[in-house]
Ligand binder design. Structure first.
Ligand code: SAM
Length: 343
């Protein structure tokens, strides 16, 4: 493709490669956020770009006469939705690989919302309505509302690839910044314990940054994807996975000559119940990341007090390094994380 008129340019890529291609184009600085990804033909999609990319793609095309960016509202109006109905349509959703995840509570005709979301996101082939996440294993309750119904996908985020089945394991779009941050705070060669590893939410970015991670997960479905994701991200040499209760694994580490950790990640809302195990594994001067679902009036006092109390039991001191809000957990309750050095 030559010429100086770059309006409407798109990079055509194979459908299964869409997520990875968008990451590469974004990294190259040519991905055009202001325009939508659209189906190109049966096997490929057109990813909008601001100039011809250096990244290898099937080909570059100019989408002549491309209409202005259309939103969900436009697609719903086309389906006969009134203004009043359109106001009750979802305001946000997440595109995870080939799956769109959306909350449709209080929304009329969820199936039509699903069809409209598929029209909006050419790279997606399934829309899942999210009903909630339950139990100690954090299992999702979802329903296919449009498309092929294939709930297994690979989602790429800052170069980290997450394979998962969204009908069996959770993935919190709202934790994206925290996943990225974990890959940034860690130094190469650090020994990390990820006590609630899931499919590798934090383990993978940390291992990709060069850390040696002990990743513990007791839910067999999540663990299967953790193993797959370790391979997919080429970090087999840096991740030691355990399918177990983290307390059992850390008891073996505590006081033994085995591994002790420079950093412990506690990505679970009930993590405070596991503080004693975490501190038992933590090297003096090591850092703990304690997550909690905290009622607003108790942000950040409660997690910090819990941390100090657990450290006090072991005659150790807590130096709070940072406190962060990750996302809203529910009305009046925040998902927070406290980073602290324990010496
Ligand atoms: N950190 C994740 C994120 O950012 O989305 C959330 C992980 S999810 C909330 C917590 C995970 O911990 C689940 O996969 C659950 O199966 C696992 N889990 C819960 N209790 C556990 C335990 N005692 N030992 C090991 N894994 C556990």
């Amino acid at each position: 493709m030559t010429g100086t008129d770059d309006r409407g340019l798109a990079a055509v890529v194979e459908k299964p490669e869409t997520g990875a291609a968008i990451e590469r184009l974004r990294a190259e600085g040519v991905y055009d956020d202001d325009r939508a990804v659209r189906a190109f033909d049966a096997d490929t999609v057109a990813v909008p770009v601001t100039e011809p990319p250096e990244t290898e793609v099937v080909r570059v095309v100019r989408q002549v006469g491309e209409p202005r960016v259309r939103g969900l509202d436009d697609h719903l109006r086309e389906r006969g939705w009134t203004d009043e109905e359109t106001e009750r349509a979802p305001a946000s959703w997440a595109v995870l690989g080939s799956v769109v995840l959306v909350d449709v509570e209080d929304t009329p005709r969820p199936g039509e919302v699903g069809e409209a979301l598929l029209a909006l996101h050419g790279s997606a082939d399934t829309v899942l309505a999210r009903r909630g996440i339950d139990g100690p294993h954090r299992e999702p309750d979802v329903e296919v509302i449009a498309g092929a119904g294939d709930t297994e996908t690979v989602h790429t985020e800052h170069g980290t690839r997450y394979a998962m089945d969204l009908s069996r394991v959770m993935f919190s779009p709202g934790n994206k910044a925290e996943r990225t941050r974990m890959g940034e705070v860690v130094a190469a060669g650090e020994r990390v314990v990820d006590m609630f590893a899931g499919i590798g939410y934090f383990t993978l970015p940390m291992a990709r940054a060069g850390a040696d991670v002990t990743a513990i997960e007791r839910n067999p479905d999540a663990f299967r994807y953790l193993l797959e994701n370790v391979r997919l991200n080429d970090v087999e040499g840096r991740v030691q996975p355990y399918r177990a209760d983290c307390r059992d694994v850390l008891e073996r580490l505590d006081g033994g000559t085995d591994v002790t950790a420079d950093r412990v990640v506690m990505g679970h809302y009930d993590a405070h119940e596991y503080l004693d195990s975490a501190l038992g594994a933590l090297e003096h001067g090591g850092v703990v990341h304690l997550h909690e679902a905290t009622p607003e009036p108790l942000v950040f006092d409660r997690p910090v007090e819990r941390l100090r109390a657990a450290a006090g039991e072991r005659d150790r001191e807590v130096d709070v390094l940072a406190t962060r809000r990750v996302k809203t957990y529910s009305e009046g309750v925040a998902h927070v994380v406290v980073d602290a050095r324990v010496s």
